[in-house]
Structures are given as structure tokens and as C-alpha cells.
Design a binder for this molecule. Structure first.
Ligand code: C2O
Length: 562
């Protein structure tokens, strides 16, 4: 069935097909040029552009528009054999992968066919340079799209590699409104076949909404299971993802951690991984046995089918240092060499240390080197936890983030009379193309995956059990660059970026519960230039439809707004 082609090569089980699958748009099935290597092997592939192009300054413009239609619906599904209500995208969980080539324009029409639910779709890690209005964050860059409405997102693929899209409304993403994004471009190491997205999640047998009160009063519930590309076994039910290898070939896997609460280590028994990208940033390749993914992070890895033909486990192991899971050592798929009959593997896992650290910073060396410069702005802020009327609330910079679905910041910035509350947690950046350092510190023993919208950032410092002193300790020389990094337990994370993107950008912890419990802030960057990048009518229309719907149905916002 056509639907499964999105996951290019992974087995048909890879993507959960629901009963009421809608027909697939023609546009999903074509991929134009495909081009894996830099100029040495594919000289004409990217024209005047290559792996060495600094894509923050310039990128190809193919003139090609990739147009997609996503339909969100309530469905019932049993990805691991246990029935539950899910929110699906075009009838599947995860939804279809969006493909584009580097330099294309991507247009996605999202129809909200959900019951009693607003929505917005965020293109995680996409820089949205001068396209803030396409960032898809309810209460920040748009009002939620009301049920029955369609919203269109339009952005340029100036970066390339692997990312994902997810709802940025309530805890909808963790109910299934997620999918992969693959932008074809050059790679820092050769491979023979692209196996596409390998989507790792934890999985609950109840909806995230029904668990939210518990998560907020007695602590995060233990996910009973995890899924790989929307499937796994549980007790006697469910099934395994199966991926076929041909001996001697090299395969590219595009790993995504789309979990609510679990930090994963990914590995394939007996096979080493060559890591070629961290988030949307190609890196100098390095080899490893396991690769660690914080929530929201991606790694592109190449694995060579160089072992005795057989069946091998592919493993996604939740790290218990910063979370829990009811099926820790059994979130697995099968790598099956095509000359051998498919069977449950008997292989053993690589040794690993249970922790929630990022990959070692010394391994994450961006292929296009960028140094940080001395900052014009440095903000140092603390993360804290408090209890308000029996409910956990996180704070950052002393505030628990709260924005209003019906009043997105992007609309407020046009109103000269708008006032901002402290809990909107705004950092204003008026500087143009200057370096900004954000230092996030925590006294608490729990790490957090910190994500920034609108920028890749440089990791200037990252230390557990330490206090930030001053910028003289930071590394400014081609530091790792990405869009999610771990704030270590009782330590600090220092990130730097250039103020080169007018807009309103969210920064938050990507643990679903924590985003909802207020661990977020927003940057208003170069406010005076924002208006010229936005179609205010679109913004107003979405808000009007939302307000009409919310008033008629007495909708109450019970989370941070993002
Ligand atoms: Cu992946 Cu604010 O999100």
C-alpha cells in the first residue's frame, strides 16, 4: 500500500495503518533527485552548493514547491496490541513523512478534523528564517486552528537532513500528531540506501490528557511501553518493526526521539553506527555502539550490514536515570538479513551506561565550522519547581510560562498598546546579527532537553553538578550546533546564537509534561522587522474562527498554552 512508502524500506508494520485511512495525495509519492554525497561522487547534484555551504547565509532555490495535505482525526488504534484512542495524521501514527529536497519550498495544508480540539503543527528545527508565522505554535505564532478549519504553512527548506513535525497544542503530539521530515541533501559519509525515519517514542495506553492531572499532582506516570515507528509488542500482543538488510550494504537510518518523557539509547546488536548528523547539522562522522537521544533530538546514522547474515535486535532503551518505563528492555525491532529466515534474534546488547547525557560534545563536530563571537547579550536564568494549589509548576527566569491561545504573541507585537504580563516570560532582543548567550541553570537533580525555535544554537558550555561562573569558561570554537541540548542535572547549559531571525520564538523543555507545566520562555527578536514577514489577515482569520469556537463551546485553557 502506497502509504507505507513514506518510510522507504522499513517494513509495512512500520507505520500503523488505521481502518479509516484517507487516500494518499499524489504528492507524497514522488521524490525528485536524490543525492547523497558531496561533490566528489556527485558533482552536479546540488549545483553551486555543497556540504561546505554555510546554509545560514545561502541555500539553493530549486523553485520546486512540495505540497502536502494532512488530515487530523480521532481514531482507535492498537500500535502494541492494546486498543486506545489516538489522534492520527492521514490515518496513521506516526503520520506520513514529509519529503523535500534542499532548497525546495514546502507547503502543507493541515485540516483539523479532530473532535473538540484546536491544533497547530510545528516543524521542529526548521529555522523559519523570515517565516515566523509558519512556526506553528499555538498562542505564540497563531491561534489554534479550530475544528473544521484548515491552516496552510509555507516555508523554505534552507537546511537539509532529518527532523519531525508535531502538534504544538496541549499534549496532542503525544497522542499521535507527529511525523518525520526528510530534506534530501549532501551527507558527510557515503551509504547505499536510505531507510528513512526511525521514530522512537514512549507509549501510554491512555491519552496524555487523561494522565495530565496525575502528572501534575503526583508526578509523571510511567509509560507502560515504547514504540519504534509506531509499533512494538506488549505482553502477547503487537508486533515488531522489521528492517531488511542485504549483506555488504550500508544503510542510513534517521533517528528521531519524539517521546513524552523518555531519553533513549539506540543500538543494533553487533553493529556499530557511524553518526553523520546531529539534528539538522551534518557533522564529521564518528563511530559508536549506542547513540543517546534526548527528547526532540535526531541523529542520522549509517550502519553497514557487515555481520554474519542473521537476525539482530534493534533497541531503543529508555534511560532510567531520568525517567521510567514499564518495558525498558523490550522496545525492539528486528534487523533481518535477507538471505536468512526472519526469526526473533538471540543476540545480546552492547554494554551501555544508564544516563541522560548528550553524546559527548567532542564527537559532535559540525562539518561547516562556525565560531561564536563575544556576546552583546547574556541572559542567565534558573529553572525551578514549585507547587501551586497542589499542582507542579516549573519556573524559568522566575516565571511559570503562561500564554493565551486566543492572543498569540505574534499578533500582539503589531499592537503598540499591547502590554505583556510577567508570566509571558519574554526576552526582548533588538540587536541585529549580534551574538546572544542564554545560560540556563538548574539546582535540581533532573536533566531537561532544552529546545529553541527559529535557530540552531551553539553549545558553548554544558556541565552537570556545576554552577555557571562567567563566559570565560565557554567554548567558542566550532562548538556542537543543533536545536535541542540537555541541561544536565544540577548544572548548566550555555547556548549561543546570532540574532538573525526576526520573530517570536519559543524556548522550552521538550518533556511534554514540563512544556505544559510552564518550563518555557519566548524571545521577541527584532520586533520592528516582524510585521513585514507576516500575513496579518491569515493570523486574524485563524483567531476569529478560534474565538468563535472557543466561546460557543466554553473552552478552558488548562496548561501553559504551548
Ligand atoms: Cu519540537 Cu517547541 O518543539
Amino acid at each position: 500500500m502506497q502509504l507505507f512508502n513514506f518510510i522507504s524500506g522499513l517494513s509495512a508494520l512500520a507505520c500503523l495503518n488505521l481502518v479509516n485511512a484517507v487516500p494518499v495525495q499524489e504528492e507524497f509519492s514522488h521524490l525528485s533527485k536524490r543525492c547523497d554525497f558531496d561533490s566528489a561522487t556527485a558533482p552536479d547534484c546540488w549545483g553551486d552548493y555543497s556540504l561546505s555551504t554555510n546554509w545560514y547565509d545561502e541555500a539553493p532555490n530549486t523553485g520546486v514547491v512540495r505540497e502536502y495535505w494532512l488530515e487530523l482525526t480521532n481514531s482507535t488504534a492498537a500500535p502494541d496490541g492494546v486498543d486506545r484512542m489516538v489522534l492520527s495524521v492521514n490515518g496513521s501514527v506516526p503520520g506520513p513523512t514529509i519529503f523535500a529536497d534542499w532548497g525546495d519550498t514546502v507547503v502543507v495544508h493541515v485540516h483539523n478534523g479532530l473532535e473538540n480540539n484546536g491544533t497547530s503543527i510545528h516543524w521542529h528545527g526548521i529555522r523559519q528564517n523570515y517565516t515566523n508565522e509558519a512556526d506553528g505554535v499555538a498562542s505564540i505564532t497563531q491561534c489554534p486552528a479550530a475544528p473544521g478549519e484548515t491552516i496552510t504553512y509555507r516555508w523554505r527548506a534552507t537546511q537539509y537532513g532529518t527532523t519531525w513535525y508535531h502538534s504544538h497544542f496541549a499534549l496532542q503530539a503525544q497522542n499521535g500528531v507527529v511525523g518525520g521530515v526528510v530534506i534530501n541533501g549532501p551527507a558527510t559519509a557515503p551509504y547505499d540506501e536510505d531507510k528513512g525515519i526511525v521514530f522512537l517514542t514512549d507509549w501510554f495506553h491512555q491519552t496524555s490528557d487523561s494522565l495530565y492531572a496525575q502528572a501534575s499532582s503526583s508526578g509523571p506516570p510511567t509509560p507502560p511501553n515504547g514504540l519504534i515507528n509506531g509499533t512494538n509488542t506488549y505482553e502477547d500482543g503487537g508486533s515488531r518493526l522489521t528492517t531488511t538488510f542485504e549483506a555488504g550494504k550500508r544503510y542510513r537510518l534517521r533517528l528521531v526521539n519524539g517521546a513524552m518523557d523518555n531519553h533513549f539509547k539506540f543500538s543494533i546488536d553487533n553493529h556499530t553506527l557511524t553518526v553523520i548528523a546531529s539534528d539538522l547539522v551534518p557533522i564529521v562522522p564518528y563511530q559508536t555502539e549506542t547513540v543517546a537521544l534526548g527528547i526532540g533530538q535526531r541523529y542520522d546514522v549509517i550502519v553497514e550490514a557487515n555481520q554474519t547474515p542473521g537476525n539482530y535486535w534493534m533497541r531503543s532503551i529508555p534511560q532510567l536515570t531520568c525517567g521510567s518505563n514499564g518495558n525498558t528492555l523490550d522496545i525492539k525491532g528486528i534487523i533481518n538479513y535477507d538471505t536468512v529466515e526472519l526469526a526473533d534474534p538471540t543476540t545480546s546488547m552492547w554494554q551501555y551506561t544508564d544516563d541522560c547525557n548528550d553524546e559527548s560534545l567532542s564527537n559532535l563536530v559540525p562539518y561547516v565550522a562556525i565560531d561564536a563571537e563575544v556576546a552583546s547579550v547574556e541572559e542567565v536564568m534558573d529553572v525551578g519547581l514549585s507547587t501551586v494549589e497542589g499542582f507542579f509548576k516549573w519556573t524559568i527566569n522566575s516565571n511559570t510560562f503562561l500564554s493565551d491561545w486566543a492572543e498569540p504573541t505574534l499578533q500582539k507585537v503589531f499592537n503598540p498598546d499591547a502590554t505583556y504580563r510577567a508570566d509571558e516570560n519574554i526576552v526582548t532582543l533588538n540587536e541585529t546579527n549580534e551574538w546572544v548567550y542564554l545560560v540556563i541553570e538548574s539546582q535540581l537533580g533532573l536533566p531537561h532537553p532544552i529546545h529553541l525555535h527559529g535557530h540552531d544554537f551553539l553549545i558553548l558550555g554544558q556541565q552537570a553538578m556545576a554552577t555557571y561562573e562567567n563566559s570565560s569558561s565557554l567554548n567558542l570554537v566550532n562548538p556542537p550546533r543543533r536545536d535541542v541540548a540537555m541541561l544536565p542535572a544540577s548544572g548548566y547549559l550555555a547556548i549561543g546564537f546570532k540574532s538573525d531571525n526576526p520573530g517570536v520564538w519559543l524556548a522550552h523543555c521538550h518533556i511534554g509534561w514540563h512544556t505544559s507545566q510552564g518550563l518555557a520562555l519566548q524571545l521577541i527578536e527584532r520586533a520592528s522587522e516582524i510585521a513585514s514577514t507576516v500575513n496579518q489577515d491569515d493570523l486574524d482569520n485563524t483567531c476569529q474562527a478560534w474565538t468563535t469556537y472557543a466561546t460557543a463551546n466554553a473552552i478552558v485553557q488548562d496548561d501553559s498554552g504551548v
